[in-house]
Design a protein around this ligand. Structure first.
Ligand SMILES: NC(=O)c1ccc[n+]([C@@H]2O[C@H](COP(=O)([O-])OP(=O)(O)OC[C@H]3O[C@@H](n4cnc5c(N)ncnc54)[C@H](O)[C@@H]3O)[C@@H](O)[C@H]2O)c1
Ligand SMILES: [Zn+2]
Ligand SMILES: [Zn+2]
Length: 341
């Protein structure tokens, strides 16, 4: 089978390797689509702090079950599936309390363990998420980033009925966070970015209130959309200090800040506001199995729309061209999809 290996930053080699065989309790998936995300690009640029090369990338994928190992029940050859990419220990304190997404020795396939950039992947049956028969392959590849949004918005308590929300950052994750807030009943969601293209895509998926913070003040947009009520939940999904500071400076008293973006530089935060305004701050690390299931359900019933985020498709052999495309068109791309079939 074909396999794409990043041998060093910026270099992808294609190899022909043996197709892996599923062992007891394992399933083999024939990969159809792989989504490329910002973290993959960081690896491509040699700027990801927690990876070593050579590395097989790919953690957002969908495919079809091709072979089932002994002892696997309820998963059949031909099923459309995706799978969670985390390898966890099961015995550390977070794992023991069910918070295995924050496992002390977490390895994520595509980063600290081999990913899915190959024709077939073998994984444990308990990592498999079944997809509805009507799912398009690229919808399956979107389940992973949508699950990030499901988990992080769940960190705000799950039910957002009656709440005003600001999502700061309208990349793929921010877009899905905004949509997930609507799914959870938010009264109104304002999304901000510095890119008109990304805000336009947000409007295409139904998030009508937008603000380009490079041309309008954040505070003015909050007043325009929420009036005197202000906002109750602020989701930081840009990973930059200016975005976090704007949320902290404008969120209502007693509000909840969701920290989702990964900061390249440690940001400076005015902690006095957290104290005086009695704010709650919640971090969010990836997702758990049930978040993948909720993501599938929301995509399947149309509550979360993925199609407007697709910026292009590239065949497997052009993996590197896909990365170059994202580099060149950083301001006008969201999700680029690799097609294996
Ligand atoms: N916590 C998790 O589990 C998790 C999972 C996946 C990704 N992430 C992180 O979430 C963040 C978003 O991911 P993404 O793939 O959407 O990345 P992205 O880079 O596509 O999106 C970030 C967006 O923030 C915008 N931005 C920049 N400055 C801004 C500002 N001052 N105000 C508002 N927006 C601003 C950018 O224009 C961009 O559109 C990244 O930091 C990523 O590493 C976290
Ligand atoms: Zn990703
Ligand atoms: Zn653990």
């Amino acid at each position: 089978m074909r396999q794409a290996v990043m041998t060093s930053p910026g270099t992808i080699e294609f190899r022909d390797v043996d197709t892996p065989q599923p062992g007891v309790g394992q399933v083999r998936i024939r990969i159809e689509r792989i989504g490329v995300c910002g973290s993959d690009i960081h690896v491509f640029h040699g700027k990801h702090p927690f990876v070593t090369y050579p590395l097989i990338q790919g953690h957002e994928y969908a495919g079809v079950v091709d072979c089932v190992g002994d002892g696997v029940e309820g998963i059949l050859v031909g099923d459309k599936v995706t799978a969670t990419p985390q390898e966890v220990c099961g015995v550390c304190p977070p794992c023991r309390r069910g918070q295995y997404n924050a496992c002390e020795v977490l390895k994520v396939r595509g980063f600290q363990a081999p990913g899915c950039a190959q024709d077939y992947v073998v994984t444990e049956a308990d990592k498999i998420i079944s997809l509805p028969s009507g799912f398009k392959p690229e919808q399956g590849a979107f389940v992973e980033p949508v699950a990030v949004a499901v988990h992080s918005t769940g960190q705000a308590g799950g039910d957002l009925s009656g709440k005003n929300v600001v999502v700061s950052g309208a990349g793929t994750i921010g877009n899905f966070v905004a949509q997930a807030c609507t799914c959870r009943g938010a009264k109104k969601v304002l999304i901000t970015d510095v890119s008109d293209y990304r805000l336009d895509v947000a409007r295409q998926v139904g998030i009508e209130a937008t603000c380009n913070v490079s041309t309008e003040s954040f505070a003015d947009a909050v007043k325009r959309e929420f009036g005197a009520d202000g906002f109750d939940v602020g989701a930081e999904v840009a990973g930059v200090e200016a975005s976090l500071s704007a949320l902290v400076a404008n969120i209502g008293k007693g509000g909840t800040l969701l920290s989702i973006g990964v900061f390249e530089e440690p940001p400076t935060v005015d902690m006095s506001v957290i104290c005086e305004h009695e704010l709650s701050m919640k971090g969010s690390m990836m997702y758990r199995h049930e978040d993948f299931e909720q993501a599938v359900a929301w995509i399947a019933d149309g509550s979360i729309v993925t199609e407007p985020l697709v910026s292009g498709h590239f065949p497997f052999e052009q993996y590197e061209a896909a990365y170059r495309f994202i580099e060149e068109k950083a301001d006008s791309t969201l999700k680029v999809v690799i097609d294996l079939d």
